[in-house]
Ligand binder design. Structure first.
Ligand code: GCU
Ligand code: CA
Length: 609
């Protein structure tokens, strides 16, 4: 009997059993599943329901628009060893990325140019160990869910197992929400590749992959560049075997901006825990990581600009700027091989340096155990995005090359076994500030912090025993913030960009906060004793509308909507006083925009008296 009933969602429900699916685990149910999808689609959309049972599917399932695939508890769509999936479609652009990224039809569940698709329920889609992780032969599938050019995709609750090259590949799909997705593909390859995507919300994901667990990429598979951004990922667990846990790239044709990653636990990656590479001309900007713990990550954090330029529009060399890491820990015991020191590696040319990066409360531990070595620049293959494409870093903690405007606040680096290298080396860079860094000292290391051709550095801090840091500089100039109680916004954690295009500011620039609710500037303000102080906030508001911000001290709001009135022009600056109680020693002062316009441009915070 073929029928539809009103499902719990209010949408018409189409039960695959009513269309001939057996769910007996051995019969090939694909034809019945596709019949159900077609019936739902002809009815204008609805819920395609899989009751408990195992639905072997030896051919590709073709999705349609306006469908919810509901996988009930105990239901599994199971892949098949027969080579009977749709063949890969020809792609004139397949030279620009590898085979798996270039072909979309050879999947278990595929769709192109669809709107309003959802996967819900607590059931499973399992490749069954039959999906291919390398280049498949015709008839073989190498992905579970493969979607291109779609709008409004929901993936809630379901589990994807043994996904071949990709458990899920979405390319040019926008408006994606996912809550409670589980991916178990640790013996296969990638978890979810989110390619060419805008407006993505992912919460409560648990992804265990071998290659990339959760990767944001922008390739040339669809023959053009796409802008990427407005992405939020939170409360998720990620792990990778060979490769990267939370990754930007390597395919990086279109630009990426406005990403926030919060409360993420990473439990392994033989390449990067938090990786970000601009290989193909992309600009990656305004990415904020907060409350991230990493363990078993061979390269805790890496950013690199490369010169591969593998897109169809003859791209130039890319850039990375305005990235913050707040409350991040990383530990690694060496079990996966020698660690790759945390690295920021820009390219030659002012625009291709890595710019305006802040590490606030970032504590990284590496295995250590390396002998003393040359502090010279290691070799680099600029066409290779992998951590190993850069030779052994001459610092165990941070190696910074060709960066401009990197600031560490309240951060530390330590090793497990004594290491003969400095903790931090910055090379061919500008404006590197280590504010209160704690750096473990190797007994044979030549120094703790090295500044090699750095135009403007400032370093304060101690080693882990509270002793002085040994700082070595060559061809470098010191530039510390003016003494006194003024803290420039360019030395704070600025959610936005450090700009200098409107004159009259003090220091090197001001924080142009992102125009969004919550855009913030955060300083560490020291007070000589507990008591009441005035915090003077210098700012400019060139609009005609108040730009209120909430002011919080040590996490407690002291002014929920402090006004920042118009100043008549972006070059006119005013000082707004806020009264606050500070504790003795360090205090965190955070001002956050309360309206979608964001805050005014913020020049500095000055503690008075
Ligand atoms: C302009 C101005 C910026 C300012 C922005 C805003 O773009 O140049 O400095 O931050 O407006 O409205 O926030
Ligand atoms: Ca702004």
């Amino acid at each position: 009997m073929e029928s539809s009933t009103a499902g719990s969602t209010g949408m018409a429900e189409f039960n695959v059993r009513d269309y001939g699916a057996t769910g007996n685990g051995s019969t090939n149910d694909t034809a019945a599943i596709n019949r159900t999808i077609n019936a739902a689609s002809s009815a204008g959309g609805g819920t395609v329901r899989f009751p408990s049972g195992t639905y072997r599917s030896a051919n590709s399932i073709h999705l349609k628009s306006n469908l919810t695939i509901q996988l009930d508890a105990g239901s599994t769509i199971l892949g098949s060893p027969n080579d009977t999936y749709d063949p890969p479609e020809p792609n004139p652009y397949d030279d620009y990325q590898d085979y798996g990224h270039s072909h979309f039809r050879n999947g278990m569940i595929t769709g192109d140019r669809l709107t309003n698709i959802a996967f819900v329920g607590s059931g499973t889609i399992d490749g069954g160990g039959n999906l291919i992780t390398g280049n498949p032969k015709s008839g073989e599938a190498d992905k579970i869910i493969s979607l291109t050019r779609c709008e409004n995709l929901t993936v809630n609750g379901i589990r994807l197992r043994r996904g071949g090259h990709f458990a899920m590949l979405t390319n040019a799909c926008n408006n994606i929400t996912s809550d409670g997705l589980r991916i178990e593909t640790a013996d296969d390859r990638d978890g979810w590749n989110v390619i060419n995507a805008k407006h993505v919300r992912i919460v409560n994901a648990k992804i265990a992959a071998d290659d990339d667990a959760l990767a944001f990429k922008s390739d040339w598979a669809l023959g053009k560049t796409y802008d990427n951004g407005d992405v939020r990922v939170s409360d998720s667990d990620l792990s990778a075997g060979c490769c990267n846990a939370l990754m930007f790239g390597s395919e990086t044709c279109g630009d990426f901006t406005d990403y926030r990653f919060e409360r993420i636990r990473i439990t392994g990656a033989s390449k990067s825990g938090l990786g970000m590479v601009s290989m193909d001309g992309t600009t990656i900007s305004d990415v904020h990581y907060r409350d991230i713990t990493m363990s078993g990550t061979r390269s805790h954090i890496m950013q690199k600009i490369g010169t591969r330029r593998r897109c169809g529009d003859n791209p130039g060399v890319g850039s990375i700027h305005n990235i913050t890491y707040t409350n991040v820990t990383g530990t690694y015991d060496g079990a996966r091989g020698t660690a790759y020191s945390p690295t920021l590696w820009g390219e030659a040319g002012a625009a291709n340096r890595i710019r305006n990066i802040t590490f606030d409360n970032v504590d990284l531990t590496v295995p250590g155990g390396s002998p003393t070595m040359s502090t010279g620049v290691p070799v680099n293959d600029p066409n290779d995005y992998n951590p190993k494409a850069i030779g052994t870093r001459p610092a165990y903690g941070w190696y910074l090359r060709r960066v401009d405007g990197v600031r560490f606040v309240n951060s530390s680096v330590q090793f497990t076994a004594n290491d003969g290298r400095p903790a931090v080396i910055a090379n061919e860079s500008a404006n590197v500030v280590l504010d209160g860094i704690i750096a473990e000292r190797g007994t044979d290391s030549p120094h703790d912090l090295g500044f090699q051709t750095v135009n403007g550095y400032c370093a304060t801090g101690t080693n882990t025993s509270g002793g002085m840091l040994r700082i070595y500089t060559s061809s470098s100039s010191q530039n510390c913030a003016p003494a006194g109680n003024r803290a420039e916004a360019e030395q704070a954690v600025c959610q936005g960009s450090i700009d200098s295009d409107h004159g009259g500011f003090s220091g090197n620039g001001f924080c142009n906060t992102t125009n969004a609710v919550g855009a913030s500037v955060e300083w560490t303000v020291n007070a000589p004793a507990a008591g009441t102080y005035t915090l003077a906030l210098r700012n400019a508001n060139g609009t005609t509308t108040n730009r209120p911000m909430s002011v919080a001290v040590n996490g407690t709001v002291v002014a929920p909507a402090q006004a920042f009135a118009p100043t008549g022009a972006w070059t006119n600056w005013q000082t707004v006083p806020v009264t606050a109680t500070l504790q003795a020693g360090a205090n965190t002062v955070r001002i956050s925009a309360t309206t979608a316009a964001g805050g005014p441009n913020i020049d500095y915070l000055e503690r008075q008296p």
